[in-house]
Design a protein around this ligand. Sequence first.
Ligand code: ADE
Length: 233
Amino acid sequence: MAWHVSVLTLFPEMFPGFLGVSLAGKALRNGLWSYNTYDLRHYGLGRHQAVDDTPFGGGAGMVMRVDVLDNALSHVGYPKDRPLIYLTPRGEPLTQKKVRQYAAAPGLTILCGRYEGVDERIFSCHDMELVSVGDFVLSGGEGAALVMMDACIRLLSGVMGGEESADEESFSEGLLEYPQYTRPAEWKGMSVPDILVSGNHRAIRAWRRQEAEKITQLKRPDLWQAYISRSVK
Ligand code: ADE
């Protein structure tokens, strides 16, 4: 069975978005993953199929109604073996470790919020994992869902060209990527590091690791600290 994502959203036309092209698009056409969208508007109430209302206590924006969301989730259903995810800046930060777990599951069910969010009571009747894709605020969960799906899809078996490329990436071992170069070897007076054209694969591996460590220390001291405390153990 292909890795499958069910997306509940007010904007089904946002899917598959950029996942319809390139690596993920090819994998989609080859049946390595699949998705369905469910339009939350279909569960809206009244003549206008209202899905949201003004917040109790006042304030700007609109809040998605708990009865509408509950109806949608109950009607669509979500298999227990697939994590049910709600995307929000308040969620657990998405890490490569979590991505590996999600990619290893049979798939995901994702609820995308819009406006100022969802009525808090929805979390009492549906057990969801709250996930954030970063410390910034998007206008809705759809962009975050696509980002999260992309990170998972590239890890699915058969998706990446070179089998080792997903694995070899330094992020999977907690370091940022080392610098890469390709032809031309000389460009605007700049040459590529000699070691990379030396043919000495051991030395190249050592150089790359050293560069990855340097870049991580410089750009992401937080990742560097986590990396060294792990290698000490
Ligand atoms: N929805 C809005 N902003 C988000 C974020 N940073 N991560 C996940 N979902 C979001």
